[in-house]
Design a protein around this ligand. Structure first.
Ligand code: G6P
Ligand code: BGC
Ligand code: BGC
Length: 924
């Protein structure tokens, strides 16, 4: 827009005979002026109605009401807290849209609480009209050029700069640095920008410009900059009010009231975008014929009706329309007009403000009118002053009604009888107009008497506030980098996974041959899966998973029937003496027998014992070492069947016939094999992890015989105990290993299974906290607590159906106090850790099925894998990730995963049943 100085004295024109359409010209000039002034009068009742109606619209928009569309937008800004004043550093701020046709670039240095305040350096650039109305790219290129020009004058060299973008138009923000323009306002209408992310458009333009390395870190509405820049120390400033070219306000709303946000705690800054408020019921009665004409001639017909009664871009225009009307009616300027008076934008806010200023005096009004090419008579100055005052008073009162709506909402939210609050004000209408603020204050007092408001003028037009938001955004971006860096070692490439598969294959071959290998490849003496002819009643024990169970398994013609009872194994027993442990087991069996009326019977018993055992027959298993937190003394190196028999002996009352000892992987494979003959692999991913599969007997060096198959318990949990996984192991894995009761052992298991994943997550979170990325850098008791993250929590946290606030609730139940940013990061850590686990597990399965395929010389293998374990079953994504990895790494195998429903106790009973069937056949 032109400045005052550029308007030269214009030639006068006689007013055309047609006055402002719809308004008759009464003969008496004073009467006519009074009539115009009257139109701009707004009653207290009308203001209250606007206040109430705006309040209703705010509520509807917050609730996400779609139809009818609320009259205001209530846009979340991703600013969650008012500044603490601790922010520091140098920031570049680019302001577009606040002050009409100009663009401002600032260099702001934030000094934190202690430092001295430094005045920002700034430069203003006039945006040519054709740029405001041209293609969007031209506008953003113009902005990038202004940036470069500004920075050229500063000693910035080629350092990386962080920029805050103050973009004052209605935008849908989806992050601190993502914001889609909804619609242009205030005289801008560049093509191809509405519906686009303006941050990206600016980034692209900066890149095209190519002179400086500038990162656009945050995008901010001018109201938010105004609020955030409010000097700390004057109490909470939770409202930002701008009356510049346009008008708007932002305020801190309770997050739980904002339907579009997945958040139930804390506050979030909402940009009301009240400029678009257009409730016909409330606004209709106060709209004048001049407002209608103004709207008609504007770029955005029908839009921003409220803004067009308040914003600085429009005040001069309204005055111009009234003066032109009165001139045409012959009431003013002797019935003459001037080109400036007839040209849109001919009278500016500055003219209005100055003419209205009582200290200016009539002579000044005359001078301004003459500058506008008019020839005022003595009485005209006074009339013009009244008209300017009427237009501006109405603007201030309407603005007050809107602000009162925001204040009443805040007071209601805070449940305070009297709300003490500071409102940061910004914009040229406040700066230039002599009485705008006082009328606003007075009207707010009337409309919101329960609010004690202090108005604080913004510092340097909100630039400081934009820099503060930028500082916060930059900190969050830095945190994200640290998070990514921390999680990078968990993210395995296809090559890394293929290498794991290859190493596993090699270790399998060596283990089978009896050569040094971290895979023990233990023969199980299970040679066949059930054929369906097995019959009888069997007892089974199931020890080594989350639960210890005793089962009665009835194998009959109609299928298998199971009755079972879960018993607990207290940690003191699991880690006490072997004798204690086995006595406890026998006690449980006795109890079970009594409950089932089986006392005195000696049923054949299958013992699922889910620890590494070297078997020399079906009913002999020497425990090699404990895993998964068990550590009962005097058991390693012993035959567990003997230990059980000895315990039975000590408990003279019972007689038991232990026929088979079975690993849980084998039990699972047998149990699934009863239903599906293709099931030749057993997989457990629970407290621990392991796999078994049917190998060609000829490949098993430690067992005599060349034909047929034998099930091999791989004990893959120990894979990598020779150091072969060290390339993949993170420092968090090392910490978990060191803190375990078996350091250096079960390294693969410790990267995969439920007993350890939570601990890996916890150590990662501790690290991120020490970097200040999480929990504001505060180490809490909860996070220091070992084993606080059970597998169950990982599965719950990663569930797709869980909102972020529910994730937060789970973590809070664990004694962690966290923000939703924290919750999101915790979720990402869990995802990275469990994804790696699933992929490693998949690489293992791929090695196994490929070996079976090659053993059999098949082009393609169809095979089923029986699976059990709480992690596999409960985790929302684990199973699909395992399957995807197997598909990727073993494309020639068609693998079906069957989830075992009855636990491996059933399989142990079936192994026992097969053994009994074979024994009977031998007797025959
Ligand atoms: C099955 C078996 C258990 C086995 C478990 C693994 O249900 O019956 O003996 O150890 O799966 O899962 P968990 O998650 O309990 O360790
Ligand atoms: C825009 C708002 C802005 C206000 C004040 C309005 O036209 O829509 O986003 O805050 O002007 O500059
Ligand atoms: C044990 C295996 C068992 C696996 C799953 C591991 O710790 O060593 O024998 O199969 O856990 O329960």
């Amino acid at each position: 827009m032109d400045s005052i100085g550029s308007l030269g004295l214009q030639q006068q024109e006689e007013a055309p005979s047609c006055p402002q359409e719809g308004l008759p010209c009464p003969s008496n000039s004073s009467e006519l002026v009074q009539e115009c002034l009257q139109q701009f009068k707004v009653t207290g009742a009308q203001l209250r109605q606007i206040q109430t109606s705006l309040l209703d619209s705010m509520e509807q928009a917050l609730k996400g009401q779609a139809s009818p569309a609320p009259a205001v937008q209530m846009l979340p800004t991703y600013v969650g807290s008012i500044p603490h004043g601790t922010e520091q550093g140098d920031f570049v701020v680019l302001e577009l849209g606040a002050t009409g046709a100009s663009l401002r670039v600032l260099w702001v240095t934030l000094m934190g609480i202690e430092g001295h305040k430094m005045e920002p350096r700034s430069q203003e650039f006039v945006i040519p009209q054709e740029v405001m109305l041209g293609p969007g790219q031209q506008l953003f290129d113009f902005a990038a050029r202004c940036l470069s020009e500004f920075l050229d004058a500063l000693p910035v060299g080629n350092q990386g700069l962080q920029l805050g973008f103050s973009f004052s138009f209605p935008c849908h923000q989806t992050g601190l640095d993502k914001s889609t323009l909804i619609s242009w306002t205030k005289g801008f209408r560049c093509s191809g920008v509405e519906g686009q992310d303006v941050v990206q458009l600016l980034r692209d333009a900066i890149q095209r410009q190519g002179t400086y390395s500038i990162d656009v870190v945050a995008v901010v509405n001018d109201t938010v900059g105004t609020m955030m820049g409010c000097e700390p120390g004057v109490g909470p400033c939770e409202v930002g009010l701008v009356v510049d070219t346009g008008t708007n306000a932002c305020y801190m709303e309770e997050a739980r009231h904002v339907a579009v946000l997945d958040e139930d705690r804390g506050r979030v800054c909402i940009s009301v975008e009240w400029g678009s408020f257009s409730d016909d019921g409330a606004l209709g009665p106060v709209l004048t014929i001049f407002d209608r004409t103004l709207d008609h001639e504007s770029l955005n017909l029908g839009a921003q009706r409220f803004e067009k009664m308040i914003g600085g871009l429009y005040l001069g225009e309204l005055v111009r329309l009234v003066l032109a009307h009165l001139a045409r009616c012959g009431v003013l300027f002797g019935g003459y007009t001037s080109p400036a008076l007839l040209r849109q934008g001919g009278i500016l806010l500055e003219h209005v403000a100055e003419m209205e200023d009582p200290s200016a005096g009539a002579a000044r009004v005359h001078a301004i009118l003459q500058d506008l090419g008019l020839n005022p008579r003595a009485s005209d100055a006074e009339f013009v002053q009244h008209i300017c005052a009427a237009v501006c008073t109405r603007a201030a009162q309407l603005c007050a009604a809107a602000l009162a709506a925001v204040l009443s909402r805040l007071q209601h939210n805070r449940e305070q009888k009297t709300l003490q609050i500071a409102v940061a004000t910004g914009g040229r209408v406040f700066e230039r107009h002599p009485r705008f603020l006082s009328i606003l204050q007075e009207t707010v007092r009337l409309l919101a008497p329960e609010c004690d408001v202090s108005f604080i003028p913004s510092v340097d037009g909100g630039g400081q506030g934009v820099a503060m938001v930028t500082a916060v955004a930059a900190r969050l971006a830095a945190h994200r980098c640290l998070l990514e860096e921390t999680l990078a070692p968990f993210r395995l490439t296809r090559e890394q996974l293929a290498a794991v598969q290859a190493q596993m294959r090699e270790a399998m071959a060596k283990g089978l041959q009896g050569e040094a290998s971290s895979l023990r490849m233990l023969p199980t003496y299970v040679r066949a899966t059930p054929d369906g002819s097995e019959r009888g009643d069997f007892l089974a024990l199931d020890l080594g998973g989350t639960n210890f169970r005793v089962l009665l398994v009835r194998v009959a013609t109609g299928g298998v029937q199971i009755t079972s009872q879960v018993y607990s194994i207290p940690e003191c027993v699991a880690q006490g003496s072997g004798q204690q442990l086995f006595d406890h087991i026998v006690d449980c069996i006795v109890d079970f027998q009594q409950q089932q009326g089986l006392s005195g019977q000696s049923l054949p018993l299958g013992f699922t014992f889910s620890f590494p055992c070297r078997q020399v027959g079906l009913d002999q298993g020497i425990l090699l070492n404990w895993t998964k937190g068990f550590n009962a003394s005097d058991c390693e190196g012993q035959d567990v069947v003997c230990l059980l028999r000895e315990a039975i002996g000590r408990r003279q009352a019972v007689e038991l016939n232990v026929v088979a000892i079975v690993n849980d992987t084998v039990g699972t494979m047998m149990s699934c094999g009863y239903e599906d003959p293709h099931c030749e692999v057993g997989l457990i991913v629970g407290t621990g992890t392991n796999a078994c599969y049917m190998e060609e007997l000829q490949n098993v060096a430690s067992v005599a015989g060349d034909s047929g198959h034998m099930c091999i318990n791989m004990e893959w949990g120990a894979f990598g105990d020779d150091g072969s996984l060290s390339m993949l192991s993170t420092c968090f894995d090392a910490s978990v290993d060191q803190a375990s009761i078996n350091p250096g052992k079960q390294r693969f298991e410790k990267m995969i299974s439920g007993m350890y994943l939570g601990e890996i997550v916890r150590h990662t979170l501790l690290h991120l906290t020490s970097l200040g990325v999480l929990f504001r850098g505060q180490q809490t008791q909860g996070l220091q607590t070992r084993d606080i993250f059970k597998t169950k929590f990982l599965s719950e946290i990663e569930s797709d159906s869980l909102a972020l606030r529910q994730v937060r609730a789970i973590l809070e139940d664990l004694g962690l106090s966290l923000t939703s940013d924290d919750a999101l990061m915790v979720l990402e850590v869990c995802q990275a850790v469990s994804q790696r686990a699933a992929q490693l597990c998949g690489a293992g399965v791929a090695a196994v099925v490929e070996k079976i395929r090659e053993n059999r010389g098949l082009e393609e293998l169809t095979v089923s894998v029986g699976v059990d374990g709480t992690l596999y079953k409960l985790h929302p994504h684990f199973s699909s990730l395992v399957a995807a990895t197997v598909r990727e790494l073993a494309p020639r195998c068609v693998v079906t995963f069957l989830q075992s429903e009855d636990g491996s106790g059933k399989g142990a009973a079936l192994v026992t049943a097969v053994a009994c069937r074979l024994a009977q056949m031998t007797c025959v």
